[in-house]
Design a protein around this ligand. Sequence first.
Ligand code: SHN
Ligand code: NAI
Length: 303
Amino acid sequence: MQYFPIFAQADGLKILMIGAGIVASRKLELLSRTQAHIRVIAPDVCDAVMAMANQGQIALEQRFAELDDLEGIDLLYMATSDEPLNRQFALQAKALGLWVNVVDAPKLCNFITPAIVDRGRLQVAISTSGAAPVFARELRARLETWLPSSLSELFDFIADKRTEVQHRLPAFEQRKLFWEQFFRLNGDRFDERTDNYFEQAFGTLSGSGELLLLEAHTPIDLLPLAAVPMMQRLDWLCSDLALPERLSELVRRDAGRQPMLPLSELSARLDKGERVMVYAETETIVQLVAHFPMAKHLRPGAL
Ligand SMILES: C[C@@]1(CC(=O)O)c2cc3[nH]c(cc4nc(cc5[nH]c(cc(n2)[C@H]1CCC(=O)O)[C@@](C)(CC(=O)O)[C@@H]5CCC(=O)O)C(CC(=O)O)=C4CCC(=O)O)c(CCC(=O)O)c3CC(=O)O
Ligand SMILES: NC(=O)C1=CN([C@@H]2O[C@H](COP(=O)(O)OP(=O)(O)OC[C@H]3O[C@@H](n4cnc5c(N)ncnc54)[C@H](O)[C@@H]3O)[C@@H](O)[C@H]2O)C=CC1
C-alpha cells in the first residue's frame, strides 16, 4: 500500500489552493463542503471558482502567488499549469512540514485526492494510487447510483441515536447485534419506516451466537460464497494451528485470535451472543459437530 487512506478533521483546517482553473475548481467544489478555511490565489479565475468566491465559500486573491503565502497554512494544493512553479512551491511547502498536493505531479505529492461519494456522514473515497484516475471516477459513478441519497439522513438519524442505544443496551455485544439487526431490517434507506425498524430491532435481539467450524486443510477458495459474510462478522477465531493466509484475509479484521477453547468456555461465549470460528483437525471438528448441533460446518460447496 503506497497510499494510506485517512479521514482528516477539516474543521478549522487552513487550505491554500494556488491556481483557479478547471482542475482547481473540481477540488474546490468538494473542499468547500467542509468547514475548512480556503484561500485561493491565481491571476486567471475560471467561472466556477469565481462563483464560489461570490458565494463566500472561498477567499479569492486574484494575483500571482509568492512563497510567503505558504506561511500559516496546513494544506497546499498546487493547480497551476506552470510546472517549475508547482515544483518550487511544493518543495518549499514540504520543507515547512506542510501537506502538499500537486495536481499533475504525483511524485511531488505527499497526499493525493480520491474520487469521493458524499453522503453526509457517510464518505466513500476511492483511489487507484494514481494509476487510473478515470477508473476511480467510473467506480464513483457506479457507487453514486448504488448508494441512495437518503443515506445522509439515515446516518444523521443513527448518529442522533447512538447515546440512546448505549443507555438501553449497556453491553457492547448487544449493541453490535442491535445495529446488525437494525440494518438488516432497515436496509440503506431513510424513510417513514426507519423509526419503526429502530424500535423493532430492540425487540428481536437474540442472545444466541454463531459457531463456524472449519477443518484444517480445507481449500478456502472452494468454500461457498455464503460463508464469506459469516466470516466477516466473527468475534473470535480459535485455533491451535497455523492459519492459512487466505483464511486470515477473509476473517473480520477485528476478530480476536485465540488458542482452542474448552467446550464450556465455547458454550459460554455462544450464550453471550458471540460469533466464533474454530479451525482445527478433523477429529476436533467432528466432536464439536456432535456437541453443538447448531454449528455451521464449512465445507467446499456446502454449509
Ligand atoms: C495522482 C492524482 C493526483 C491528484 O490530483 O491528487 C492525479 C493525477 C493525474 N490526473 C490526471 C488526469 C486526469 N484526472 C482525472 C480525474 C480525477 N483525478 C483525480 C485524482 C488524481 N489525479 C490523483 C490520483 C487519484 C487516484 O488514486 O486514482 C480525481 C479522482 C479526484 C480529483 O481530481 O478531484 C478525479 C476524478 C474525480 C471524480 O470524477 O470523482 C481525469 C478525468 C477527468 O478529468 O474526468 C483525467 C484525464 C484522463 C487521464 O489523463 O487519465 C493526470 C494526467 C494529466 C495530464 O496528462 O496532463 C495526472 C498526473 C499523472 O497521472 O501523472
Ligand atoms: N490531477 C488532475 O486531475 C489533472 C491535472 N491536470 C493538470 O492540472 C493543471 C491545471 O489544469 P487546469 O486547471 O486545466 O489549468 P488552467 O490553465 O485552466 O489553470 C491554471 C491556473 O493556474 C494559475 N496560475 C498560473 N501561474 C500562476 C502563479 N504564478 N500563481 C498563481 N496562479 C497561477 C492560472 O491563473 C490559472 O488559474 C495542468 O497542469 C494540467 O496538466 C489536468 C487534468 C487532470
